[in-house]
Design a protein around this ligand. Sequence first.
Ligand SMILES: [Zn+2]
Length: 94
Amino acid sequence: MQPDGTILADDGRCYKRNEVEVHHEGKSFKDILEGFLRQEGLRLEDIKLEDIGEGYRLADRGLAQKWREFHRKHAHLLILPRRLHLEKHGQKQK
Ligand SMILES: [Zn+2]
């Protein structure tokens, strides 16, 4: 997040928050989540979520911390403007 409220995207340019999307490069979110559940010996239904108004978070904050670290290690996230994001997915389907 830049001081003027724009976001520095991975193409090296700044965009407004509503112009960018997060792209999961490499493993999909689902694969990462499944790996995490396996590591922790949990099933998806064991994980409790709490409503924090603008979304949900893990009710178990210790687990949430582990999840953040696991996700950071395994996910390669790119912040891209919508146009580039669509291009990325278009290329994948060819
Ligand atoms: Zn994507």
